[in-house]
Design a protein around this ligand. Sequence first.
Ligand SMILES: *[C@@H]1O[C@H](CO)[C@@H](O)[C@H](O)[C@H]1NC(C)=O
Ligand SMILES: *[C@@H]1O[C@H](CO)[C@@H](O)[C@H](O)[C@H]1NC(C)=O
Ligand SMILES: *[C@@H]1O[C@H](CO)[C@@H](O)[C@H](O)[C@H]1NC(C)=O
Ligand SMILES: *[C@@H]1O[C@H](CO)[C@@H](O)[C@H](O)[C@H]1NC(C)=O
Ligand SMILES: *[C@@H]1O[C@H](CO)[C@@H](O)[C@H](O)[C@H]1NC(C)=O
Ligand SMILES: *[C@@H]1O[C@H](CO)[C@@H](O)[C@H](O)[C@H]1NC(C)=O
Ligand SMILES: *[C@@H]1O[C@H](CO)[C@@H](O)[C@H](O)[C@H]1NC(C)=O
Ligand SMILES: *[C@@H]1O[C@H](CO)[C@@H](O)[C@H](O)[C@H]1NC(C)=O
Ligand SMILES: *[C@@H]1O[C@H](CO)[C@@H](O)[C@H](O)[C@H]1NC(C)=O
Length: 745
Amino acid sequence: MSPATAMLQVLTVLTVLVLGVHADTSWISTPFNPPSIPLAVRSPYLSAWMNQGPNGTALNDDWPKFWTGNIVGWAGYIKVDNITYLFLGAPNLPDTQKAVQKSMEFTSTRSTFILTAGPVELTAEFLSPIEPHDFVMQSFPFSYLTLTTSSNDGKPHFVQLYTDMTAEWTTSNTNQLVNWTTSVNNGITHQVQVQQQTQFTEVDSRIQQGSAYYATTQVTGLTWQSGSDVTVRGEFISYGVLQNTQDTKFRAVGDSWPVFAFAHDLGNVAQSSPVTVAIGHVRDPAIQYSVADPTLKIQSSYFWSKFALISNAISFFLNDYPSAISRARQLDSKIQNDASAISTDYAAIAALSARQVLMSTEITLPKQSDGKWNISEPRMWLRAGDVDTVDNIYPAWPFFLYMNATYGKALLLPLLEYGMSGQYPSQWAVHDLGGPYPQVNGHNDGKDTEMPVEETANMLIMALSYTQRTNDTSLITTYFGLLDQWAQYLVSNTLTPTNQFSTDNFAGSLANQTNLAVKGVLAIKAMSSIATLAGQSEKAASYESTASSYISEWQQLAVSTDQKHLTLNYGNDSSWVLAYNLYADKLLGTNLIPKEVYNMQTAWYGSVSNSFGVPLDTRNTYVLSGKRWQIWSAATVTDPIVRDLFITNLKKYITDGQSSAPLSDWYDTVQGKPNGFPARAVVGGHFALLTLSNSTPASGNGVPNSGTLTPQGTNGTSSSAVATASKVTVALGFSMVLQATVLLI
Ligand SMILES: *[C@@H]1O[C@H](CO)[C@@H](O)[C@H](O)[C@H]1NC(C)=O
Ligand SMILES: *[C@@H]1O[C@H](CO)[C@@H](O)[C@H](O)[C@H]1NC(C)=O
Ligand SMILES: *[C@@H]1O[C@H](CO)[C@@H](O)[C@H](O)[C@H]1NC(C)=O
Ligand SMILES: *[C@@H]1O[C@H](CO)[C@@H](O)[C@H](O)[C@H]1NC(C)=O
Ligand SMILES: *[C@@H]1O[C@H](CO)[C@@H](O)[C@H](O)[C@H]1NC(C)=O
Ligand SMILES: *[C@@H]1O[C@H](CO)[C@@H](O)[C@H](O)[C@H]1NC(C)=O
Ligand SMILES: *[C@@H]1O[C@H](CO)[C@@H](O)[C@H](O)[C@H]1NC(C)=O
Ligand SMILES: *[C@@H]1O[C@H](CO)[C@@H](O)[C@H](O)[C@H]1NC(C)=O
Ligand SMILES: *[C@@H]1O[C@H](CO)[C@@H](O)[C@H](O)[C@H]1NC(C)=O
């Protein structure tokens, strides 16, 4: 056995032992039990999760929660031979018992629970579609819940199913007045909304506009009812059917809790056919877009271009379920297969992240002056409190490139339009488009959070990577002047950046940040490729030569005196940094960063990793933060063992049972505890490796493909620093074993 193999085996054993310390559920969790399980997660206002905690939380142990932690009431009972079992939510009513959860499994689009209710097994599948091929379906903020039963003892049983939602799907304030209605046609749709509607206004992250819907198809055995929780649930518990009546006494959300219910009497069955209900939250208009055009424009969710009435859209969605589930299974398998080529843990992290990314987005379009929809250029928006925070889009960017780069274009357009409009006074790229979401009011006073090098470089890198993936040069030709202005700014300001924030602004501002400077240099190189694609060969040559000379200067300034690592800031030998910005060199295929820098950093990360990952830099001695950059960094290392160490440690954090909130991207790498920031879209960065392995940057665009898309553990090339670097790489394996050993003690 070679030392390397032996080391790998030791490492594997250690990893298994270390992973024994995780959330301990009494049911089988596949691929693992995460901090929170997505149930209906499709838009900033349709976001229902089952939070877990140290020992897991079964589907009927607690209420589903909005991402902020407020309850979104969703209850479910199954009656088997007149015995009522609770399977969803946490109502506390007599004459019921709890079904027993046997398993939970999540994929990229689905979370599936199997529970035992006496002699019957119930499967509850929560599907939140991800639609990479279709703006219409992606923009329709609805999710499915599908219930199927099968007999455990081979005999038929009388089975009745019940679910309801509360008005908490419209607001977090239970004193708020709501009203509602139930419409009965081919389908039955409950609709509920806050009475005091205020357009484009959030309170506690909930939009004070539009309605929540709960809908199902008309079938034999279906009954429905609205009314107080105790009355309606009690009706089902006593009789197994509902009264087909509406409560018309409108009141506050928490005043005798109005619920909106369906019951399905399946009869005496061994295997039931599936029952599907749809849940959603829709408003119109969706976005107030008051910049980029002096006249105020409003935008509506994209699906309205296909459906005149919400009832049409809902019945289409319900009828589309068979196709939707088949598309979902295909996408789940694609992500699973692509990501498994890296590792099983990696595939699980990607699957957990996908719905969370899209939860923060919406796709819209405007109306033309003739009242028709203008479908020519859809816009995608990202809610990060404010609208379109560039350094939230950028970390998530690998997800959009992987999903379908066209979605990325829709995301970049508003930022480019605003830059081009001349309303933003600074030469660099804006930090965000104003807010609070969904009010796109820009920063015409120039008083946004200043991250000049950060956001400017982000924009250039995203614009080129979009173009490479699609061969669509429309962005870079239309906005060439703006991109050129931004690149000029970087030429003057990136090599020795002034004291400023980077995206990790919680760590404080600093001058001469190594990791920030290199992003700017890579962006200048990107501008050279952009100029080539736009037919501006002189500019291309000039940016190219600037980038080449800057990268040599940067290397001189950025590497520690002992040549062992990049520093946090120039000349600060005792400092070091997680240089995740090197990733852009891989993404764009720019090949600007010398191989010895990658080898050096690879060795260094292995030697400084904590139990739950590599900290961001040396500024946070006690609270060490890992953040979303682990996988970006994993994508830059030259040794698959180090790459997998990043992945394994990230998974360890995700599964350690110390969180009860949708995945946070900011955590302590020593303790494995999250540090706020739940449910953010930046976990799209977990697709960084997938995006590279899936990458076929267009040829003939002046940007050579980097070739080594999946890090292959190359030992380096023949420059003078390399001998040192590869020695360090070899030593690294043992230092990792040491690290892993320390974990166990
Ligand atoms: C989790 O389970 C462990 C072991 O059964 C127990 O000691 C601990 O109190 C539980 N934690 C919670 C929060 O229920
Ligand atoms: C269930 O209860 C109803 C009403 O009390 C009764 O008519 C029926 O026979 C019972 N069914 C079974 C399977 O016990
Ligand atoms: C990408 O999305 C656009 C818009 O929905 C669609 O027209 C196109 O077919 C999609 N491309 C792929 C490869 O799915
Ligand atoms: C419910 O409230 C909304 C918003 O105030 C109002 O437009 C609607 O007419 C009301 N509906 C009913 C059924 O009272
Ligand atoms: C549709 O939108 C595009 C892009 O914003 C714009 O150029 C065009 O003028 C619009 N068309 C109409 C008819 O308003
Ligand atoms: C872009 O163009 C290149 C060269 O013509 C081609 O090989 C590649 O498949 C194209 N990519 C896309 C996404 O169309
Ligand atoms: C940044 O680095 C350059 C080059 O080493 C140096 O001249 C300059 O003084 C540094 N700036 C600050 C604020 O430390
Ligand atoms: C060097 O880096 C450390 C963090 O490791 C930081 O606290 C310190 O301020 C830096 N020193 C200078 C002179 O920038
Ligand atoms: C690195 O080089 C050593 C010695 O030449 C070789 O045994 C090893 O397989 C190489 N590692 C990788 C990952 O290529």
